[in-house]
Design a protein around this ligand. Sequence first.
Ligand code: G6P
Length: 608
Amino acid sequence: MCGIVGYIGNKDAKDVLLNGIKRLEYRGYDSSGIAFIEKGILRYEKTVGEVKELEKKCNGNTINANMGIVHSRWATHGAPTVENAHPHVDCHGEIAIVHNGIIENYDYLTTYLTEKGHIFKSQTDTEVLVHLIEENFIDCIEEAVMNAVKMIEGTYGIAVISTKDPGKIVAARKESPLIIGIGNREYFITSDVSALLEHTRNVIYLDNHEIAIVTQDNYEIKTIENIPTYKTVEEIIWNIDMIEKAGFQHFMLKEIHEQPQALQKLMRGRIDGDKGSIKLGGLTNCEKDLLAVKRIVIVACGTSWHAGLVGEYMLEELVRIPVEVEYASEFRYRNPVLEKDTLVMAISQSGETADTLAAMREAKSKGSGVVSLCNVVGSSIAREADAGIYLHIGPEIGVASTKAFTAQVAALYLFALHMLLLKERKHPRLMEMINKIKSIPDKIQIILDKEDEIRNIAEIYKDKDHALYLGRGYNYPVALEGALKLKEISYIHAEGYPAAEMKHGPIALIDKNMPVIVIAIKDSTYGKIVNNIEEVKSRKGKVIAIATEGDELIKEKVDHVFYIPETLNVLTPLLSVIPLQLLAYHIAVMRGCNVDKPRNLAKSVTVE
Ligand code: G6P
């Protein structure tokens, strides 16, 4: 969702800001805007649509500034229009602000400020903030910001510039992430490190209720109560190559193909095959607490929720601990029962999903320990959890999550083995379980090498309006994930179901136009799933089966079969999801959809 970049230094601010905001396009947005201070005058441009439109507007003007702020907006309050795009500017055109988050008491503040004579030009919640800063300004912009943010309820990550106190950018945060990048006599402000990587990897993460005052030569961080705080400079391990497409047509395709290496990175240093041990560094300080855990509640959203469902099956089977998986948004509003020996696990690729963060805080307030499973290092969820596991798979840029799903499932498997070893110290099948996960990257590669087979199937079904995905056991969450992938990037209506539930509704939809993708792996439910296939075929539905290599019988029962290598039942989601990712990708490309930036979706959903 919304992105912020700020720059002050020796370079041309326009180039730095536009390149930076382009790096954040993947997050999803519908309009954008930029502001500079040039020779003491505030200049700004805004547009609806892609950042390249903003670039065109900027290129039409000579702008010669060494500081400025830029924003990409994902509409919440007010339609995506030029007026509603950020930056928002005060009544006299002297203060500009960009804002991520939501100001909840904006109605009240708008009335208050209107009575004081302020003129509003947009329908956004954000605009009140710039008028509040204007109202509070005496002679110092950071003081005005401190006083203004104390009056608002809600969340914010903001960057502010003003001609009345030039030469500085003021940034402040509550709930919406904000990061200060430290270069050589230049500083950056951003909501997402991807915007910084080509300039610096040294960063400071602002915490809630902190404010940064950044000039060309220095930076200062305080609380909004004006108390200086000491912050450590951290180094980001991601580099610029990781956020480039590396020759692939789309980030999504690149990330699908990166999965073998991603899983290798995830496992590196964590599995000792000789000793038969699992090492999860982020959990070493809480092993005693983990031993006492009697129940696990997983909270997540979207694809991460699907990974959590696979985790439920794994943990219950391997560790024999009861597990529940909750939509984070539902969990926090239903007064959940949490005991001291309940462990809450928050799964989030971005580590910034507002509902997951809120659910995790709810759990902490009720006294539960929280373990996070995140990809983005330093993200809010990772920082607020008591302990955590990082995926270490590099940035995921495609809005449709792919490599994060397989990495989350693999990490949950390592977590399950870790819990098992904590409880039982050894296990007769441990070596087999370790060796099987180690062979998964090669098996994924075997599937990726058969991409053409999937492309051919995509060609046949690309014009359909609906699709049904069925699976059982470990592959039921994969059916959900396959359907989600197809609907989010190709806009085909798709539903995932546990195969047996088909009889309780979806079967009514089946006719010769309905493609049904069935994950029919050779496991204990195979016989049952073959029955489900017969039910679809007898109603003339078209069946695409994902089957285990060597299963010749299934060929006669279905319209198309795609084989995946054999592995342990518990690990099949890591293989069966790959053809479904590729199918969604190729269908979406054939339909001319923008796969990396699907309409209305955001990579990181930072509003509840
Ligand atoms: C958005 C993204 C999904 C993602 C979900 C949860 O909807 O488009 O790809 O699965 O958020 O995100 P998280 O970062 O918490 O895993």
